[in-house]
Design a protein around this ligand. Structure first.
Ligand SMILES: [Fe+2]
Ligand SMILES: [Fe+2]
Length: 195
């Protein structure tokens, strides 16, 4: 089975709003989107790349704001700091990628570099960070964290709904990754649930 299939199988064993299951499903989708960007061209490639950027923005912002504070306690400071540093490095590679013409060979090379960085990062999260958070939190806590992520995902204007595509979507697609992450962070800040 591919990594994405294993991640989906693992997520399927957890309640739908469990933060770990949601993050595993997002890893699977990011891996699939990376493969799809590689094999498409033209407008299709641009659309897949836009979808990838939007999902990455929500995913990494949610890990930073919801998962990592808990991981600091359950997996340790060093572990959390290493994952945060990898995310900043991935963000740097992605910022370079979005300056490039997706039709050019440099884009392919940079995409391969990003894919490798993402795979190593996601593998470390799944091997070290996610198990520590699973063991260190109750099911109830993990579902509360997951619901916060889902609320923020719905609120974050990083993902254009097909029905609202048009000027707003075009503007959104052109926004730099950094600003997508900021929007996702804002949505997460506003998504703290009344307990
Ligand atoms: Fe991450
Ligand atoms: Fe992740």
């Amino acid at each position: 089975m591919s990594n994405a299939a294993l991640e989906r199988a693992e997520a399927a064993k957890l309640p739908q709003d469990d933060i770990i299951g949601i993050l595993l499903t997002q890893h699977a989708r990011i891996r699939e989107l990376l493969a799809e960007v590689h094999v498409t061209l033209g407008d299709a490639r641009r659309a897949k790349f836009a979808e990838l950027r939007a999902l990455l923005a929500v995913h990494e912002a949610a890990e930073e704001m919801i998962l990592r504070p808990v991981a600091r306690r359950t997996a340790g400071e060093d572990e959390a700091a290493a994952r945060n540093a990898e995310e900043r490095e991935a963000e740097r590679i992605l910022a370079g990628l979005e300056q490039m013409n997706p039709e050019r060979s440099q884009f392919e090379a940079k995409l391969t570099e990003f894919e490798k960085a993402f795979r190593d990062h996601a593998d470390s999260e799944e091997l070290e960070e996610f198990p520590a958070v699973r063991d260190g939190c109750s099911q109830e806590q993990r579902q509360r964290m997951g619901r916060r992520l889902l609320r923020a995902e719905r609120a974050a204007p990083t993902h254009p709904h097909p029905a609202t595509a048009g000027a707003a979507a075009a503007q959104w697609a052109a926004a730099p990754f950094e600003s997508l992450v900021d929007r996702a962070r804002d949505a997460l800040s506003g998504s703290r649930a009344p307990r």
